[in-house]
Design a protein around this ligand. Structure first.
Ligand code: SF4
Length: 708
């Protein structure tokens, strides 16, 4: 009290998928000092600009502190929890009774804790009886999930962060890690400085990451698949394959090679497809071929594509063909965007997964049914994010619960998504804030959730490491944990199996399900933690999975000696399809719009927007354009420009820069109607998705630009 510092609490950063450990020392007056946790193996005490500014984001300005319900007069009013929960449960039950379970849906978030995700997924897939549970992670790394499942038979990240310290060549594809995964990028730079590792950056934009590269390949949008097909063909031509690994542990190599040769038979053909200098392609291929320890790390430039799954597999093919997988310093490696995108994958928070990395095969459905004692199991996949909002628009989904995300800003074709929300008979939103674009799109019931610093549970980072998010502030007002709110609604709908005393109870059940009838034949396994005591859960150290029964330690790497999770135990090479962007340019839409993040903001800025320090970096929405394009379209540096696509228009500050290649423009995703009128870039993005992953192509929308 009175501002005296209390003991530091070890917790985890709520932003990106690096999952840095944070020491938060409450000041007793609602704030806290924040520092990196020196003992956390993700960051060893370091924090990036966003993590360092967490202390500026802890206030209660704009917080939703009480349940609210829309009355007959259209106004939202404060109500008691009992009334709000009864109304949510009755609304869902009414729609299920009249229209069946597939008329309801949950839309979740990679910001949720694993415990929150688990309970929501259980309620929908085991008890309501639909698989209409999807998440904003669909916009983030769904193509990686699909690519992993096709290649490995399971969604397993084969490597770990230490590989970035041990690699002699780091290839970054579609990743501005300097801004989006800064602490991992610092590890890469340290490896470069201390061990002489080489850094190759493959990206259409000359980002801060590209500035640090030994070799920067300024690739054409969509060209990465052709590049990695060319690499596979070159590795074969040069006799650089690991034939022993291919023969012993894989299948489908010959077909994949034929497919790759069809797309990129030579260095010259690769260079032409990817619009790269031939010498640069040759240099990259030679570096990859000569360096046994290669990590190819990829992020949204690969995932957010209408051929994202094929791109993931084109990368994985090259690592399988050279046996560079699961070895120290040698692996393909997915950089996940969100703090708990991985945890969401683990509990089955995606509409095409069941739980604990299981799918909708009859054996898995039956196993989960018996484990949950579930009265009404979903037996087939539900709607993925974009399809879910299309089903809402068509009136097929009539009740939706959005938890911890802002789809009216972040979905592609976001105006249409926002309008779809207004068609719902029943829209419940759980969030921390009183107002955002989604809440302002006709919400019927608003449920106040605990925020970072108040929440208690676990998250999993990009290297499969489960870390604790621990509370260090009292929960303000009437805010509650998301898992507890969902469990209460489940009980009100008449279901048993939702009586959890705390997050440790939920975690134990999640861990036990992962180990249920699992003798090591399934990848995801937390069986060693299924009987964890409350005290041990509270003290849980950051730990990589799998942790099988009778084990207390996880495992850093997979697959160096085969043992994949396919039926044959062999990895699948995947023959790629011909690369193609979903949309064509035209005279009316002559530019490609690329979207992404900036260094110091996160998602729709509900937290980072509260920090004056972070706003000093870039304070307003903008569009980057090459000087030649700016001249041809009459756009001036510092002036306002109208960016138009077939889906919407935005007005953005023009930044004329040769970092941006000719023919392409770039705009960040963070601003919304709440924070910058006309700066809601999600509305511009085409809603076309990858056929395997359902992930939208967020980086290549045809656009026009003109001065305002
Ligand atoms: Fe947080 Fe990511 Fe920065 Fe680490 S790198 S401090 S997890 S935002």
């Amino acid at each position: 009290p009175g501002g005296a510092l209390l003991q530091p609490i070890r917790t985890t950063c709520p932003y990106c998928g690096v999952g840095c450990g944070v020491l938060a020392t409450p000041d007793g007056a609602g704030g806290a000092k924040v520092a990196g946790d020196p003992s956390h193996p993700a960051n060893f005490g370091r924090l990036c600009s966003k993590g360092s500014a967490l202390d500026e984001t802890l206030g209660l300005d704009g917080r939703l502190l009480h349940p609210m319900r829309r009355g007959a007069d259209g106004a939202l009013r404060r109500v008691a929890w009992e009334e709000a929960l009864d109304a949510v449960a009755a609304g869902f039950q009414r729609v299920v009774d009249r229209h069946g379970p597939d008329a309801v849906a949950f839309y979740l978030s990679g910001q949720l804790l694993t415990e929150d995700y688990y309970v929501a997924n259980k309620l929908m897939k085991g008890f309501i009886g639909s698989a209409n549970v999807d998440t904003n992670s669909r916009l983030c790394m769904a193509s990686t999930v699909a690519g992993h499942r096709r290649a490995f038979g399971a969604d397993v990240v084969p490597g770990c962060y230490e590989d970035l310290d041990l690699a002699d060549l780091i290839v970054l594809v579609g990743s501005n890690a300097a801004w989006c995964h800064p602490i991992l990028f610092q590890r890469m730079l340290r490896n470069k400085e201390t061990r002489g590792a080489k850094l190759v950056v493959i990206d259409p934009r000359r980002t801060a990451t590209a500035e640090a590269a030994d070799l920067f390949l300024e690739i054409a949008p969509g060209g990465d698949q052709a590049l990695f097909c060319g690499l596979l063909a070159h590795l074969s031509d040069a006799g650089a394959l690991d034939s022993a690994f291919i023969d012993a542990y894989t299948k489908g190599f010959d077909d994949a090679l034929i497919g790759a040769r069809r797309i990129s038979p030579t260095i010259a053909a690769t260079a032409a497809s990817a619009k790269l200098p031939e010498a640069a392609v040759a240099q990259f291929f030679d570096l990859f071929m000569r360096t046994p320890r290669v990590v190819t790390a990829f992020s949204q430039g690969v995932n957010q594509s209408a051929q994202g799954t094929d791109k993931v597999n084109a990368i994985v093919n090259c690592h399988l063909a050279t046996g560079r997988i699961g070895k120290a310093g040698a692996s393909p490696f997915s950089l996940t965007g969100q703090p708990n995108a991985m945890g969401g994958r683990e509990v089955g928070g995606l509409a095409n997964q069941l739980a604990a990395h299981m799918g909708f095969d009859a054996q898995s459905v039956d196993r989960v049914r018996r484990f949950w004692n579930a009265p009404r199991m979903a037996t087939r996949e539900g709607h993925k994010a974009v399809a879910m909002f299309e089903a809402i628009e068509r009136g097929e989904i009539k009740a939706l619960w959005i938890i911890g995300t802002n789809p009216a800003v972040s979905l592609p074709d976001a105006d249409r998504a926002r309008e779809a929300l207004r068609r719902l008979d029943h829209l419940a939103v759980s969030d921390n804030v009183l107002s955002n674009d989604t809440i302002n799109s006709g919400v019927h019931i608003l449920l106040p959730a605990q925020a970072w610093g108040e929440k208690d549970g676990t998250v999993t980072n990009s290297e499969r490491r489960v870390s604790r998010q621990r509370p260090f502030l009292p929960a303000p007002g009437e805010t509650r944990a998301d898992w507890a709110i969902v469990a209460d609604v489940g009980r009100r709908m008449g279901f048993s199996g939702f009586d959890y005393a705390g997050p440790a109870d939920v975690f134990r059940e999640h861990a036990a399900l992962s180990a249920f009838e699992n003798d090591g034949e399934r990848d995801f396994d937390l069986g060693g933690l299924a009987d964890i005591s409350n005290a041990a859960y509270d003290a849980l150290e950051p730990t990589q999975w799998p942790i099988r029964r009778k084990e207390s330690r996880g495992r850093a790497r997979f697959f160096a000696e085969g043992a994949f999770y396919t039926a044959t135990k062999r990895a699948n090479f995947v023959a790629p399809e011909q690369p193609a962007l979903k949309t064509e340019l035209s005279a009316a839409r002559p530019l490609r719009l690329n979207t992404g993040r900036i260094r110091d903001q996160w998602h729709t800025m509900t937290r980072t927007g509260a920090s004056p320090r972070l706003s000093r970096h870039i304070a307003e929405p903008f569009v980057e354009i090459n000087p030649r394009d700016a001249a041809s379209f009459g756009v001036e540096d510092g002036g306002f420009a109208i960016v138009a696509t077939d889906w919407a228009e935005c007005v953005l500050r023009a930044v004329v820069t040769d970092r941006q290649p000719q023919g392409q423009i770039f705009a960040p995703i963070h601003w919304s109607d709440e924070t910058a009128s006309l700066g809601r870039v999600g509305a511009l993005v085409a809603p076309f998705v990858d056929p395997y992953s359902g992930q939208p192509e967020a980086k290549a929308t045809p656009a026009a630009i003109s001065p305002r």
